[in-house]
Design a protein around this ligand. Structure first.
Ligand SMILES: NC(=O)c1ccc[n+]([C@@H]2O[C@H](COP(=O)([O-])OP(=O)(O)OC[C@H]3O[C@@H](n4cnc5c(N)ncnc54)[C@H](OP(=O)(O)O)[C@@H]3O)[C@@H](O)[C@H]2O)c1
Length: 295
C-alpha cells in the first residue's frame, strides 16, 4: 500500500497565514511590526537562495526585513560588530546569520554573540541548553517544523519509538530533545552506529537528517511507520541539471510506511515557516507580551 504523502508545502502555507494574522495583532498592540535581520556573508549560491526566500517570507508575513549582504572577505571582528549592533537595535527582534560562514570566521563565536532572545535559529548554547532541560526557548526551525508535521500526522507521539538518524546541533540533537519532550523513546543514530538498518527497523517514527542521498532503504522501514526526510541532496541526471532527493529512498519507503514527507515539498517549506514563527515569538517576548496561542 502506498504511504500518505505529508504535504509540508501546504502545512507551511496554513502556518504562514496564521503567523501573518498574529503579526497584525502584534502591530496593533506594540505599535510596530516584528523585525528580522538576515546576514549573508559571501556569494555561496545555495545560501543566497535560502536568504532570499527568508527575506521574501518576512515581507509576506507583514514583518520588517533588514537584509545585510557582506563580502566573502569580511573579518570575524567585522561580523561580530554587526551582530552586536543588531543585538542593540530595538527594531530587530530576530537575527539570522546564514551558515556556512567563510573559513576566517568561527560560526560558534558568531552564534554565541547573538542575543539569545533574538536567536531565531535557536542555535545559541543558551537556547540549546534550555531545550535540553525542558525550559521555554527558541527552538531550531527545521526540527520544530518536523515535530509540527509529525503531530499533525499522528497526534500524540507518547510512547512511540523514534529514531533520529544524524546528530548535528542544527537538526539531529534538537530533534531528539523535542521527541523526548513528547514522551517518545528516542534513539539517535550516526555514522558510527552499528547495523543502522536494524536500528531503523525498530522505529515507529524515523527522522532522517544525514545528508547522503537515499541512504535509508525501503526494507529498513517498519510497516506503518511515519518517515520525516530532512535531507536535501542533489544527484546527477542525464540532462546535467541534477535533481533533489532526500536521505530516504522515497519510492521504496512509500511501499511500507504509513506516511512520508517528499523531497522537495516536505520539511524545507516548514523550516522557513518556523523562522517566521520564531521571529514572531521573539517579538512578543521582547515586548513583554504572552506568546500567541497555538503557535
Ligand atoms: N529541509 C531543510 O530545511 C534542512 C535544514 C537543515 C539541513 N537539511 C539537510 O539535512 C541533512 C542533514 O543536515 P545536517 O546539517 O544535520 O548535516 P551534518 O551536520 O552533516 O550531520 C549529518 C549527520 O549524519 C550522520 N551521518 C553521516 N553519515 C552517516 C551514515 N552513513 N550513517 C548514519 N549517520 C550518518 C553524521 O554522523 P557523525 O556525527 O557521526 O558524523 C551527522 O551526525 C542535509 O542533507 C541538509 O542539507 C535540510
Amino acid at each position: 500500500m502506498a504511504a500518505r504523502l505529508i504535504d509540508g508545502k501546504a502545512a507551511a502555507q496554513v502556518l504562514r497565514e496564521r503567523i501573518a494574522a498574529e503579526v497584525s495583532r502584534f502591530r496593533e498592540r506594540a505599535g510596530r511590526a516584528p523585525g528580522l535581520a538576515t546576514v549573508l556573508v559571501g556569494e555561496d549560491p545555495a545560501s543566497a537562495v535560502y536568504v532570499r526566500s527568508k527575506n521574501r517570507a518576512t515581507a509576506e508575513a507583514g514583518m520588517v526585513g533588514f537584509a545585510h549582504n557582506l563580502a566573502a572577505t569580511t573579518s570575524e571582528e567585522e561580523l561580530l560588530q554587526l551582530v552586536t549592533e543588531l543585538n542593540a537595535d530595538a527594531d530587530v527582534d530576530g537575527i539570522l546569520v546564514q551558515l556556512p560562514l567563510p573559513p576566517q570566521i568561527s560560526a560558534a563565536r558568531v552564534i554565541e554573540t547573538i542575543e539569545p532572545g533574538k536567536d531565531v535559529d535557536g542555535f545559541h548554547p543558551m537556547n540549546a541548553g534550555r531545550l535540553a532541560t525542558g525550559l521555554p526557548s527558541l527552538v531550531p526551525c527545521t526540527p520544530y517544523g518536523c515535530l509540527y508535521l509529525l503531530k499533525q500526522e499522528i497526534g500524540s507521539l507518547s510512547g512511540l519509538n523514534a529514531v533520529v538518524v544524524g546528530r548535528s546541533n542544527i537538526v539531529g540533537k534538537p530533534m531528539a530533545h523535542l521527541l523526548l519532550g513528547e514522551n517518545c523513546t528516542v534513539t539517535i543514530a550516526h555514522s558510527r552506529t552499528r547495523d543502522l538498518p536494524s536500528v531503523v527497523r525498530g522505529a515507529d517514527v524515523v527522522v532522517a537528517a544525514v545528508g547522503h542521498a537515499e541512504i535509508i532503504r525501503g526494507d529498513w522501514i517498519k510497516p506503518g511507520a511515519t518517515v520525516i526526510d530532512v535531507g536535501i541532496n542533489r544527484v546527477p541526471t542525464a540532462d546535467g541539471k541534477g535533481r533533489l532527493v532526500g536521505d530516504v529512498d522515497y519510492e521504496e519507503a512509500a511501499q511500507t510506511a504509513a506516511a512520508i514527507t517528499p523531497v522537495p515539498g516536505g520539511v524545507g517549506p516548514m523550516t522557513i515557516a518556523m523562522l517566521m514563527r520564531n521571529t514572531l515569538i521573539a517579538a512578543y517576548r521582547r515586548a513583554g507580551l504572552t506568546d500567541p496561542e497555538g503557535l
